[in-house]
Design a protein around this ligand. Structure first.
Ligand code: NAD
Length: 423
């Protein structure tokens, strides 16, 4: 297995993990070898090296990707990541997970992902806008509301989505709001999108807590990653009375056994702070977060974080995967041995794509909903998927990941098979 050396510690290649997870579902479904090959491969991959004018007049060349995995169930949907460790294999894995994710919650989308190798924090506003507009132009042959609809991911936000929407609109000569989701509300975004992935995690944890008779009021939580997903999940869970005892970001980990003041930490983070500089708790090493004896552990940063080695130290009862691919297959096996329940990414973090779907529907209809309607519909869709996955897991004696993959792959396989091979 290839090892990425660009991040702290050895991180398995996420594409190996994605293919191993798919292979297990394909075996269970006894998939036809031809279809198996189709579903194991990304349909289309665009790689681009493009110049950006930097402040001070110099020029720098950046590398970006946009990958479509499978489009049998609908247009390509998936976020765009700005991170120094982006690689083609990572984008492929993330595109594949998007296919399964949309299928598991039954959205009419195929899977896609994009990424640029860049540290967005090292760029000025102007450089970030130049990079975004040029990257959008480079991949614009793929984009469109019926073709490919990007969204935010690590290192990108609603402001970047507004630039993407504007760039495509300038090329077309009219406003094309439905070409991207996760936009600001003032330019066709939806209410409730910003915290949607975190809110989806809350709804899943509420169901789990009910099923397992764990009172959420006072339940202990540790969250890795304090951005869009982790920050929102921590705040929403704290709002329901849960005790968030540890959160971490790329700068470090903050711990307080009595519970952290998540709202205050978020305000400081939004003002540009790092957790390592904030008070209200003790500093831990980042990896210590994984060994805390909590009711719920929410990895919401990068993929490949819970390896076999990390998993051996996990004391949490339940892991709810906020990030994409945070657990390696080896890590999963150790967690299964230890009987730690894992709610997989392709189910647990679908709040974002579900509300992105609502945003797209609203853009296509030019008819916008109240926030309450967005929340109610999100809860309905994610709870139904959670129930379907649990029922399948129980009836076939599978883990939740195996059941979610089985459900997703069977839906994508059916659509691919029914559409047939052209010509
Ligand atoms: P983000 O950029 O808003 O936040 C990422 C957070 O992780 C930051 O706080 C960063 O400091 C932290 N981080 C980075 N490296 C870390 C490390 N080694 N240890 C601890 N923390 C670290 O990104 P995001 O949008 O919150 O995405 C996080 C994960 O969730 C990614 O895997 C992404 O693919 C996935 N995801 C995001 C969405 C979404 O709607 N944004 C939806 C589904 C899944």
């Amino acid at each position: 297995m290839a090892i990425s050396k660009t991040r702290a510690g050895p991180v398995a290649n996420p594409l190996d993990a994605a293919i191993a997870q798919f292979g297990a579902a394909a075996d269970r479904l006894n998939l036809d070898p031809g279809l198996r090959q189709v579903l194991a491969t990304c349909k289309r991959e665009l790689a681009t090296n493009f110049p950006v004018q930097m402040d001070g007049g110099s020029t720098k060349v950046f590398t970006g990707y946009r990958v479509h995995h499978n489009l049998a169930r609908g247009p390509a949907k998936g976020g765009i990541r700005y991170h120094p460790a982006v690689s083609l294999d990572e984008v492929r894995a993330l595109a594949m997970w998007m296919t399964w994710k949309s299928a598991v919650v039954n959205l009419p989308y195929g899977g896609a992902k994009g990424g640029v190798i860049v540290d967005p924090k090292a760029l000025s506003q102007t450089e970030l806008e130049n990079l975004t507009r040029r990257y959008t132009t480079e991949i614009s042959i793929l984009l469109g509301p019926s073709q490919d609809i990007p969204a935010p991911d690590m290192g990108t936000d609603e402001r970047i989505m507004a630039w993407i929407m504007d760039t495509v609109s300038m090329h077309r000569g009219y406003t094309e709001a439905g070409v991207v989701t996760g936009k600001p509300v003032s330019v066709g975004g939806t209410l409730g999108r910003k915290e949607a992935t975190g809110r989806g995690i809350l709804y899943v944890i509420q169901e789990l807590a009910r099923d397992r008779s764990i009172p959420l009021d006072g339940a202990t939580i540790a969250v890795q990653g304090f951005g869009n997903v982790g920050g929102a999940a921590a705040a929403l869970l704290a709002g329901e009375g849960a005790r968030v005892i540890a959160v971490s970001d790329s700068s470090g980990c903050l711990y307080n056994g009595r519970g952290l003041d998540v709202q205050a930490l978020r305000e400081q983070k939004n003002a540009g702070g790092s957790l390592s500089d904030m008070g209200g708790g003790d500093c831990l090493l980042g990896e210590e977060l994984f060994s805390l004896p909590v009711d719920f552990l929410v990895p919401a940063a990068l993929e490949g974080q819970i390896t076999a080695q990390t998993a051996r130290h996990v004391q949490a009862k339940i892991i709810v995967e906020g990030a994409n691919g945070p657990t390696t297959p080896d890590g999963d096996a150790v967690l299964a041995e230890k009987r730690v329940l894992v709610v997989p990414d392709i189910l647990a973090n679908t709040g974002g794509v579900i509300v992105s779907y609502f945003e797209w529907v609203q853009d296509l209809q030019f008819f916008f909903w109240e926030e309450e309607e967005v929340r109610e519909r999100l809860q309905r869709v994610i709870t139904r998927a959670y129930r379907e996955v649990c029922a399948l897991a129980q009836s076939q004696n599978l883990s939740l990941r195996e059941a979610a993959m089985l459900l997703a792959v069977s839906r994508v396989e059916e659509a691919t098979r029914l559409r047939g091979i052209y010509p």
